[in-house]
Design a protein around this ligand. Structure first.
Ligand SMILES: C[C@](O)(CO)[C@H](O)COP(=O)(O)OP(=O)(O)OC[C@H]1O[C@@H](n2ccc(N)nc2=O)[C@H](O)[C@@H]1O
Ligand SMILES: Nc1ncnc2c1ncn2[C@@H]1O[C@H](COP(=O)(O)OP(=O)(O)OP(=O)(O)O)[C@@H](O)[C@H]1O
Length: 293
C-alpha cells in the first residue's frame, strides 16, 4: 500500500513540470539499401544535443487529448505529441485526459528530429504520469509507428542505428561543442528519400570505421542540389571546422574542440539564417531530468 502511495506521489510531481525534448544530430548517415515498402535501410550515429523543445503535461478532467496551442502549420490531430498520447490511450485503454503545452525551439524540417523528440518525450512522460508500466522496448516499438526517428529518443542514449534507425546500440562519442546552422528552407524528408539521384548502395561499415573518420552523409549531394541555401550554409561553416548535414537536412553542423572556438564561430556566423550553439549529450536530457524523480 505504501509503495502505491509513493508511486502516485512521484507521478503527481511530474505533472506541470517542463520536460525536455532534445534535438539529435546524425553524426554520419549511410544508405545501404531499400525495403520493399520503400523505406531505406540506414547506418547512422545519433547523438542528442542540449538544445530542446520543452513539454508540459496538464491533467484534464475529460477523457481527451488536446494542445495548449497548436503549432502553426500543423493541425492539432496531426501533431506528433497528440498522436503519441492517443496511441498510448489506444493500446492501454487508459481513460485519462491531458492538455499538452509545447514550447517549440527546434526548427521543423531541420533534420534535428524535433517532432520525433516531442513524440518520444510524450510517450516516456505519460507512461509515468498515467502509470501504464510500459517498458522502454514497448515504447520504442510504439514510437516507430509514429516515425523512424522516434525510437532513438525513447532509447535516450547516443546510438549506432541500423534498420530504418530502430535497431539501436549504445555508443560513446565525444560530447563536443557544436554549431548548427538552419538555412531558411524546409526540407521534406520524403522528397529526399524518393529522389532518383540518392545514393542507396553504400557499403555497410563497422563502428570502428566511423570512429576512424568515415562520417559522410549520403543525403548531402541531393540536398545541396535541391537546396542551394543548404550548400551555402555548409560552405560558411566549413570555413571554421569540418561541416556535415544532419539527417536529410536542412541543418548543417560542425563540432569544435573547445567552447571558445565554437562561441567564436557562432558569433561570426550570424546572418540570414538561424544559428545554434549547443553541446553533444550521450545521455538524453530527458532521462537526465527524469533521474531526479
Ligand atoms: C533521415 C532521418 O532523420 C535519420 O535519422 C530519419 O531516417 C527520418 O526519420 P523521420 O523524420 O522520423 O521519418 P519518417 O517520418 O518516418 O519518414 C518520412 C518519409 O521519409 C522516408 N523514409 C524515412 C526513413 C527511412 N529510413 N527511409 C525512408 O524512405 C519515407 O518516405 C517516409 O515517408
Ligand atoms: N510536435 C511537432 N513538432 C514538429 N513537427 C511536427 C510536430 N508534429 C508534427 N510535426 C510534423 O512533422 C514534420 C517534421 O518535423 P521535425 O521537426 O521532426 O522535422 P525534422 O527535424 O526534419 O525531422 P527528421 O530529422 O526526423 O526528418 C513537420 O514538418 C510537421 O509537419
Amino acid at each position: 500500500m505504501e509503495n502505491v502511495v509513493t508511486e502516485a506521489r512521484a507521478a503527481n510531481a511530474l505533472w506541470k513540470e517542463k520536460w525536455p525534448a532534445p534535438a539529435k544530430l546524425n553524426l554520419m548517415l549511410r544508405i545501404t539499401g531499400r525495403r520493399d515498402d520503400g523505406y531505406h535501410l540506414l547506418q547512422t550515429v545519433f547523438q542528442m544535443l542540449d538544445l530542446c523543445d520543452w513539454l508540459t503535461f496538464h491533467p484534464l478532467e475529460q477523457d481527451r487529448v488536446c494542445l495548449q496551442e497548436p503549432i502553426p502549420g500543423v493541425a492539432e490531430a496531426d501533431d506528433l505529441t497528440v498522436r503519441a498520447a492517443n496511441l498510448l490511450k489506444e493500446i492501454s485503454g487508459c481513460r485519462q485526459g491531458v492538455r499538452i503545452e509545447v514550447e517549440k525551439n527546434l526548427p521543423m524540417g531541420g533534420g534535428l528530429g524535433g517532432g520525433s523528440s516531442d513524440a518520444a518525450t510524450t510517450l516516456v512522460v505519460l507512461n509515468q504520469l498515467w502509470s501504464l508500466g510500459l517498458s522502454t522496448e514497448e515504447l520504442m516499438r510504439l514510437g516507430l509507428r509514429l516515425g523512424a526517428d522516434v525510437p532513438v529518443f525513447v532509447f535516450g542514449c547516443a546510438a549506432w542505428g541500423e534498420g530504418v534507425g530502430e535497431e539501436l546500440q549504445e555508443i560513446v562519442v565525444p560530447e563536443q561543442w557544436v554549431v548548427v546552422i538552419k538555412p531558411n528552407v524546409h526540407v521534406d524528408t520524403g522528397k529526399i528519400f524518393t529522389h532518383e539521384g540518392l545514393t542507396r548502395d553504400s557499403k555497410a561499415i563497422k563502428i570502428a570505421d566511423f570512429l576512424a573518420g568515415d562520417q559522410r552523409n549520403d543525403c548531402f549531394e541531393v540536398v545541396c542540389k535541391l537546396y542551394r541555401s543548404v550548400e551555402k550554409a555548409w560552405e560558411a561553416l566549413s570555413g571554421y571546422a569540418e561541416a556535415r548535414l544532419t539527417g536529410t537536412g536542412a541543418c548543417v553542423f560542425a563540432q569544435f574542440a573547445s567552447e571558445r572556438e565554437a562561441r567564436q564561430a557562432y558569433a561570426e556566423l550570424q546572418g540570414d539564417w538561424q544559428v545554434y550553439l549547443a553541446k553533444g549529450q550521450n545521455r538524453s536530457p530527458l532521462y537526465q531530468k527524469l533521474s531526479h524523480y
